[in-house]
Design a protein around this ligand. Structure first.
Ligand SMILES: Cc1ncc(COP(=O)(O)O)c(C=O)c1O
Length: 370
């Protein structure tokens, strides 16, 4: 068990643009994993149509969006809270649910630890193992929960990122059910971040989560629907939990354009199908090419990114600096607890962009052997 630090995030194209003196549009960002097809065409129309609403405050209840999401998931609107990206919900969860000690599985998304730190709580961790291709350590999580004695500092919440970022590994619904049984038996919260689960919907716990009173599921509308700049995410849980969450949130945190865009996006089923089909194909193609890079190790992925270990002798800093000079941004995972100094996360983007990255990667690794 270790106290945690908070690493930085991918996706800061503005800082890279300032550093490199290049416009944001002259960068290719593989450090944030956003649907490479871009937003649904319906989103542009919805944004144009909602222009006049900008002179009003946004709907603080996100009424229409919540009703639509409730229909999508066969839940009640009272079981859904919409936030300014799922990050806002991650931030309020520890305070809203009075979670004091969270268990996570590293390497994982840094905001869980950051939110606990802001709320004055603490975090303990188990570690996914390199030898097991960073598979989700469900057995270890259950073991820690089952063997800890109940006392005031005992773990009272578990965060599972599924599929996990940055590894891309995802556990099955049966594995999550096993974890949920332990957490429910022990009266703990199980928080499941499904920010990337649109790419592996058969591994989503959302369709069965209604049976579990102390389970909260988080979904993001920014990644799969390519709206990170508009900031929309939601939580699904029992109405009392949703009420507690909303009490901690400021009013109007989801703006007019965000609500309109999210509503249009989630209603566009042909965009959803096209996006999943594209990613299934392109991810397989990129995975084969990455695995063929000498000395590189690719982790199996269920999401729209790869967790890649570069050859021995390299440090990610050197590789990412060289790629950055060419306008290619990657996610350096060397500071992520549970990762090593050779691990990076690469988004799967368009075929042309992926080929460009692969060529640059292969050339740098060949020509600059450490
Ligand atoms: C695993 C995971 N969860 C949640 C988020 C937050 O996403 P958003 O606030 O854009 O919904 C991120 C962002 O990178 C993430 O990687």
């Amino acid at each position: 068990m270790a106290r945690l630090r908070s690493p930085t995030h991918g996706g800061n194209v503005y800082a890279a643009s300032r550093d490199l003196g290049r416009g944001v549009h002259n960068l290719i960002d593989f450090s944030a994993s956003i649907n490479p097809l871009g937003p649904s065409p319906r989103v542009w129309r919805a944004i144009a149509d909602s222009r006049d609403l900008m002179a009003h405050y946004p709907d603080p209840d996100c009424w229409e969006l919540r009703h639509t999401l409730a229909t999508c998931w066969d839940r009640q609107p009272e079981e859904i809270a919409v936030g300014n990206g799922s990050t806002e919900l991650i931030d309020v969860l520890p305070r809203a649910l009075k979670i004091r000690h969270l268990l996570v599985a590293h390497p994982t998304f840094s905001e869980y630890a950051a939110a606990m730190e802001r709320a004055g709580g603490r975090v303990s961790a188990v570690y996914a193992k390199r030898a097991e291709q960073y598979m989700q350590p469900i057995g270890d999580l259950c073991h820690v929960l089952d063997t800890r004695r109940p006392k005031s500092s005992a773990i009272d919440g578990v965060m599972l990122c599924n599929p996990n970022s940055p590894t891309g590994q995802a556990c099955t619904v049966d594995e999550i059910r096993r974890l949920a049984e332990v957490t429910q038996r022990r009266g703990m919260w199980l928080l499941i971040d499904e920010a990337f689960c649109d790419y592996c919907s058969d591994r989503s716990f959302l369709p069965v989560a209604a049976l579990w009173p102390r389970v909260v599921i988080l979904r993001s509308v920014t990644k799969f629907y390519a709206l990170p700049g508009l900031r929309v995410g939601y939580a699904v849980a029992k109405p009392a939990v949703i009420k507690a969450l909303r009490r901690q949130m400021p009013p109007w945190s989801v703006n007019v354009m965000g609500q309109a865009a999210a509503l249009a996006a989630v209603n566009d089923s042909s965009y959803v199908q096209k996006s999943v089909r594209f990613m299934d194909r392109e991810r397989e193609r990129v995975g084969i090419m990455l695995a063929a890079l000498p000395g590189c190790l690719v982790t199996p992925t269920y999401a729209n990114y790869f967790f890649l270990e570069i050859p021995r002798g390299w440090h990610v800093h050197d590789l990412s600096a060289k790629l950055r000079d060419e306008g290619l941004l990657i996610r350096d995972c060397s500071a992520v607890p549970g990762a090593n100094s050779r691990l990076i996360r690469l988004a799967v983007r368009s075929q042309r962009e992926n080929d460009f990255l692969l060529q640059a990667l292969s050339k740098i690794l060949r020509e600059h052997r450490p």
